[in-house]
Design a protein around this ligand. Structure first.
Ligand SMILES: Cc1cc2nc3c(=O)[nH]c(=O)nc-3n(C[C@H](O)[C@H](O)[C@H](O)COP(=O)(O)O)c2cc1C
Length: 362
């Protein structure tokens, strides 16, 4: 038993969609909790005005009845409100009438750092928009919705996942001032976020194959988020500079640890301590003072595409990373505890906790 997530949707297309399979029946979902995470994703000081426009709300088309999962595929939709201005430009079918709104002319000046050049070459697009629309982080909205569902499942076994910002533009405080300065200079910023999961039992993930390791899966999930260029588990890179005697978390008689340099993961398996992961985001590639590029049509040097864009999206990344970690933990929990009905899943979890309890409960 595992969880799967498949998504589709262009940034300025009609909607984002997701299909989730592998949820047990009987899980109560809270529509407001999903929408609250979607709101959190849109917030943040450095976001573009588009975020005010996109009043994201989840629509559930299948898999839930009266707020409770049926154990069947869950279908989620988030409409792109912005699509109204792009109806001609992003029409799935050859558009009728005269070109109007946004996205009517081809984009031929790729932005360094974005999907534009690599995507256009890879897929043979003359219009860079055909690459950038899907590469855009707009799709993270539907991942956040799926992450909210995963958090509901994790809640049933006492696991809580929470993301927060550690740094923006190299600063650990005064983020608004740093963002204002970058905006004034028509520049962009990156940053670092941290996600902590409490309540994970020992034994999620495995070491048998690379693909089973939960540390590898968390790293892939975080690296899979747009603009993430570094991932750290526990003390990560700092561990490389320590002696072994100072790097590992000694085991107490009660099988717990006093330190957590491993970030709750040993050999790709949770060890019962908090799961702690960090992700580093590069400065966003769309610059209001554009970098040098080339016009793909004429071959002449030019300046990269300028399009409405965030100055920084680190607060949003904290929410997206939280969703990604929740999703991977929920997937690992489904693999370990299985069950068609939520009571089976929770029952298997309780029986497992009893088996590993120290001192033994019976
Ligand atoms: C929440 C979020 C919001 C983002 N917003 C923007 C943006 O407004 N402008 C931009 O150029 N890049 C933005 N990005 C980053 C790009 O989508 C990303 O850099 C691009 O797809 C290329 O992928 P890569 O950076 O992973 O190589 C955002 C990323 C995230 C996670």
């Amino acid at each position: 038993m595992t969880l799967t997530l498949t998504t589709a949707g262009e940034s300025h297309g009609p909607a984002l969609v997701a299909i989730v399979t592998g949820l047990p029946a009987g899980l109560r979902l809270d529509r407001e909790a999903i929408d609250a995470d979607l709101r959190r994703r849109r917030q943040g000081y450095g976001r573009s005005p588009r975020q005010n426009l996109e009043e994201d709300e989840v629509e559930v088309l299948a898999g839930v009845r009266h707020g409770v999962t049926l154990g069947t595929p869950l279908a989620l939709v988030i409409r792109n409100r912005d699509h109204g201005s792009w109806e001609w430009g992003m029409s799935p079918w050859p558009p009728a009438g005269q070109p109007s709104g946004k996205g009517t002319g081809p984009v031929t000046l790729p932005r360094p750092g974005h999907a534009d050049l690599a995507g256009a070459l890879k897929f043979g697009h003359d219009d860079v928009r055909n690459a950038l629309e899907r590469a855009s982080a707009r799709q993270t909205a539907v991942h956040v919705a799926a992450g909210a569902v995963a958090k509901s499942l994790l809640g049933a076994i006492g696991i809580d996942v929470s993301g927060r910002v550690l740094e923006i533009g190299g600063a650990e405080a005064r983020w608004e001032a740093v963002t204002d300065e970058a905006r004034a200079n028509r520049d962009t910023l990156g940053g670092v976020v941290e996600v902590v999961a409490t309540g994970a039992p020992p034994g999620l993930g495995s070491y048998s194959e690379k693909s089973d390791r939960l540390d590898a899966r968390l790293a892939a999930a975080l690296m899979g988020i747009q603009a993430v260029k570094g991932v750290e588990i526990g003390d990560g890179f700092a561990l490389a500079r320590l002696r072994g005697s100072a790097a590992h978390d000694e085991i107490e008689p009660n099988r717990r640890r006093r330190t957590n340099r491993a970030g709750g993961l040993e050999a790709g398996v949770t060890n019962g301590e908090e799961v702690v992961v960090r992700a580093a985001m590069k400065p966003l590639p769309t610059l209001m003072r554009p970098l040098r590029s080339v016009d793909l049509e004429s071959g002449e040097p030019g300046e990269a595409l300028v399009e409405r864009s965030d100055v920084q999206a680190v607060e949003a990344l904290a929410v997206v990373a939280e969703a990604a970690v929740a999703w991977e933990l929920a997937r690992a929990a489904r693999e370990k505890f299985g069950g068609d009905a939520l009571v089976d899943f929770v029952g298997a979890y309780a029986a497992y906790l009893e088996r590993i309890a120290w001192p033994p409960t019976r």
